[in-house]
Design a protein around this ligand. Sequence first.
Ligand SMILES: [Zn+2]
Length: 255
Amino acid sequence: MDWLSIIATFIIGSCVGSFLNVLIYRLPMEESIWSPRSHCLHCNKTIPWYRNIPLVSFFIQNGKCAECDASISWQYPLVEIINGCVWAVCFYIFIPLQAGLTAMFSSVLITLAWIDYKTMMIPLSLIITGICIIVISVFANLLVWQMVFWGAFAGVLIPLAMMGLTYLFTRRQGMGWGDIQLGLIIGAWLGPWFMMIALFLAALFGILAWISISIINGFDRNRPLPFAPYLVVSTMALLFCESWVVLWFDKFLLL
Ligand SMILES: [Zn+2]
């Protein structure tokens, strides 16, 4: 793939990221995602399209609203950059159809993780969107349904067992039902073996982050720990690394 296509997919990905920002803001409040049009959260003025260009507008306006000068959250350009990069990587590694579906699935995961991080909850509508993308991928022969089934099985059962053990030892609900639903779709996407690695990595990252925060802000055994962001980061790392290994084998060993 040439640089122009990579830049093009990055731009498309950051435009999608701009929509993800709308979802991140509106889904937890159960607002409509289509109307009203994008507006400043401070002065409520509608943002015209030429001031709503992903990344560009934010940096031209120096991170401020053009009308009232209120600061715009760093979340907006950050989600756009992350999603742009993810889309560019997907289209670089995978064949177009697989790239499109993987990129869309990744966007759903990014939105889920961000909402979980901010509100400690996972909207069901995103889980259902994920399931739809999985079903399409099975029909398009990109996922094998047996792997989807056993992956989903592992993705539900292992977090349930972790939840049960946590409750047994600490009398607390360590994970929410949203995490189980997330386990279902990520397991279906990754298959059982990769799902086990993803869960292990997520638990490891989560505990390390929890310890670091405890060292900085003081120990608080009631401090909640959102699990989704760590699981999503581990999932993407696995997805992309697996493909890099395959790509590397193709290039250097099989030719
Ligand atoms: Zn404003």
